[in-house]
Design a protein around this ligand. Structure first.
Ligand code: DI6
Ligand code: FE
Length: 411
């Protein structure tokens, strides 16, 4: 009896005297509950609502935390990163600041290919070791789920190594890792300029092998003049479909190749970047339920001037996620809080849109909305508890971290 009640109590945790931003779909704004409480049993939310309506069965015997009026939001979700990479490209940044063009940087051995070289030279363990500080920076700001792409390996062995390293990150830290296969990211040197042959290799050999090993939760690609065409990407997406993997796309970042429409045509979870997307693209995404993932870090870092069409997304009812795009070339950013500030300042997202973008909509962009992203009964108890007076502070500050505590799966 004692043992039984102990295990029951051990599995039941209660956070009381809190203000909740539940982010629940359909609730007004942030789904705020003043004087709220949240209970979790065995890592799942069993109550989130007014403390006055908390069932007494949940109040008794629970391990209780008095939040002293602090705010609780869903744990934050970074739904687009290239977090697993080796080395960095600060040297290219310096060259560009000194006036070098991208072409000169590339001729000096820079660009994505230089990250490919570094990654291929690193062991799986070295990749984990180099990536952990970046993951820890995200976690320190209340992040509980992170998407991690491959795409700096560009052959079977090194794509597998990247994805295995990503999975290992999730074993070494209390965080959910979702992996994405980004084989069609850039052309490796050994492809000698033959994009079609490389796409064949990705679609017919690398992707099926990665999928068979269960290394990827989704498939992504870079659809751009400097990368791959919509037709080439469609071949990769067909292979993804055959492997029963959902797709997403780096679309319309530097030009409008109608990547947003391609993504929508394949029922993509998300289309990402989207600076050059037009109204037809926004309409197609709305119809397909494809999330627009906004990446202000890359926009800022490459000093892009064309902004994504936020007004069109709103008008057509496209859901918007916000993510860091952490990568060594165009967004060496490991703060989702700063990313929200950029989304607001650079693109004019509202506080509500920013917060939804790193919680509910980021979960949707990963196909995880049933599991996390809002404070609702049945979901994983992934929480961030903040020392703030109002949620706008999470978007307003730059370079300040008000996290009080972070809970992943109830712990
Ligand atoms: N778009 C980007 O901004 C990054 N990849 C992509 O598809 C760039 C990655 C890099 O330069 O290393
Ligand atoms: Fe990216």
């Amino acid at each position: 009896m004692a043992a039984e009640s102990k295990s029951w109590a051990g599995g039941l945790r209660l956070w009381r005297n809190a203000r909740l931003a539940t982010m629940a779909e359909g609730s007004a704004g942030l789904g705020v509950v003043e004087h709220g409480a949240l209970a979790a049993r065995d890592g799942r939310i069993v109550y989130a609502g007014p403390e006055s309506e908390l069932p007494s069965a949940l109040a008794q015997g629970a391990e209780t935390v008095d939040c002293e009026g602090r705010w609780i939001t869903p744990g934050l979700i970074d739904c687009h990163t290239h977090l697993v990479h080796a080395g960095n490209r600060a040297n290219e940044f310096e060259m560009r600041l000194a006036g070098a063009t991208y072409e000169e940087v590339a001729r000096a051995g820079g660009g994505i290919v230089s990250s490919v070289k570094s990654l291929r030279a690193a062991s799986e363990s070295e990749l984990v070791t180099q990536s952990l500080p970046r993951l820890d920076a995200l976690i320190a700001e209340g992040v509980t789920t992170v998407e991690v792409k491959s795409g700096y390996g560009l052959d079977l062995e090194n794509e597998q190594k990247s994805l295995r390293a990503a999975r290992r990150l999730g074993e070494q830290r209390p965080v959910t890792i979702r992996t994405t296969f980004l084989g069609a990211h850039a052309l490796p040197p050994e492809a000698k300029g033959d994009k079609d042959a490389f796409i064949d290799l990705v679609a017919k050999e690398i992707l099926p092998a990665v999928a068979a090993e269960g290394l990827a939760d989704a498939v992504d690609g870079f659809c751009e003049g400097i990368a791959f065409s919509p037709d080439q990407m469609a071949r990769v997406f067909d292979a993804a479909k055959a492997a029963c993997l959902p797709v997403k796309l780096h679309a319309d970042q530097l030009s409008n190749l109608h990547g947003a429409e391609l993504a929508a045509r394949y029922g993509a979870l998300s289309a990402d970047h989207l600076e050059y997307t037009d109204e037809a693209g926004a309409a197609a995404m709305a119809k397909a339920g494809t999330v627009a993932t906004i990446l202000p870090g890359a926009y800022y870092f490459i000093r892009e001037t064309k902004k994504p069409p936020i007004g069109l997304f709103r008008q057509h009812g496209v859901k918007m996620a916000v993510a860091t795009d952490n990568n060594p070339g165009t967004s060496p950013l490991t703060s989702l809080l700063l990313t929200m500030n950029m989304a607001a300042t650079l693109f004019g997202l509202t506080v509500d849109e920013c917060l939804a973008g790193v919680t509910r909509e980021a979960a949707r962009a990963l196909g995880l909305l049933e599991e996390t992203g809002t404070l609702e009964v049945g979901k994983s108890a992934d929480l961030a508890i903040w020392n703030i007076e109002r949620p706008a502070e999470l978007v307003y500050r730059m370079g300040f971290n008000p996290l009080h505590a972070r809970i992943w799966r109830g712990q």
